[in-house]
Design a protein around this ligand. Structure first.
Ligand SMILES: [Fe+2]
Length: 306
């Protein structure tokens, strides 16, 4: 039996033992949030938890909502794997929805609570950096029940009034890498606005001019970067992205695969099947290879530096 608080910073290795590793789904660590109350829980699976980041999936049953609300000392980004999630900021009273293929960014210190108002299972890939929780899960002092700001909330008047939030309407460029959908320091100020990154609002770019691979950033700021690597099929050999490495640690989660990962400096090859993950420590060069007959896609979570 593995207790989540005992492993969140050291799965599948301690920070001092970090190395490139294929993490298959059968080695994810299962837990519920909150750990002490299954009646209001979601089903979570920890993929990687180390000193720079935490990546996992969680699942909300139809009609379900996790309670109490959660909060982190780091930023959190979601990628919706299945279904439609409704997300509440319990203090600002902001509600947003994101559906399969879309993303949500929540700045650190933002109280959040997820609902599933549909008859489908909601599944989310979540990414928190640098630190998910202090020493208590759930965190203490959460706004509970009637204390949350919401429609005809009994205590709405005790919360600050929120000025109308700016909508994200601008078109992105390469210079927006590092400040998408909003510069981190600006977005972390009260009222801690959430952003939904729909398909149209992803920040597009291309890696490599000889061997182009499409990149769609959901979030890119001073703490974390999350998005999609989309590698087409076809060429004179298997389609292969140019080598890349990062100033932070990287977790790849494959949604359309398998994706073959090559570490050119050590000639290590990993076949990453769908819903499996690959950990690549900072500074390690890697490239993606598509040996299939279809477009392959991996969700990347990188922290802190790209
Ligand atoms: Fe969270």
């Amino acid at each position: 039996m593995t207790k989540i608080l005992d492993v969140i910073g050291c799965h599948p290795f301690k920070p001092e033992d970090k190395r490139s590793m294929l993490i298959r789904k059968d080695s994810f660590v299962d837990f519920i949030f909150p750990p002490d109350n299954p009646y209001t829980s979601d089903l979570s699976r920890l993929i990687v938890g180390t000193d720079t980041l935490l990546v996992g999936t969680y699942q909300l049953a139809p009609g379900g909502s996790f309670d109490p609300p959660d909060i982190h000392p780091g930023d959190e980004a979601y990628y919706i794997l299945n279904g439609t999630v409704t997300q509440q900021n319990s203090v600002s009273g902001q509600f947003i929805q994101a559906k399969q293929g879309e993303s949500i960014w929540m700045p650190r210190e933002a109280w959040h609570k997820a609902y599933n108002f549909t008859d489908e299972i909601v599944r989310i890939l979540f990414f928190i950096a640098p630190k998910p929780w202090d020493d208590q899960i759930p965190p203490p002092d959460f706004p509970v029940g009637e204390d949350m700001k919401m429609y005809k909330g009994k205590n709405n008047d005790k919360f600050d009034n929120v000025s109308p939030l700016a909508d994200l309407t601008r078109q992105g460029t390469t210079d927006d890498i590092g400040q998408w959908p909003i510069p981190g320091p600006e977005g972390r100020k009260p009222p801690h606005p959430f952003y939904v990154i729909t398909e149209e609002k992803k920040l597009l770019n291309v890696h490599g001019w000889k061997n182009p691979m499409l990149i769609k950033f959901f979030v890119s700021n001073d703490i974390l970067h999350m998005g999609e690597f989309i590698l087409p099929t076809g060429g004179t050999g298997p389609r292969t992205s140019d080598p890349d490495s990062h100033a932070g640690d990287c977790v790849l989660f494959v949604v359309d695969g398998p994706v073959t990962v090559n570490l050119p400096d050590t000639q290590e090859i990993y076949i990453v099947e769908e819903e499996d993950a690959m950990f690549i420590p900072k500074g390690v060069r890697y490239q993606l290879i598509n040996f299939t007959n279809h477009v392959v896609k991996a969700i990347f979570s990188i922290a802190p530096g790209l």
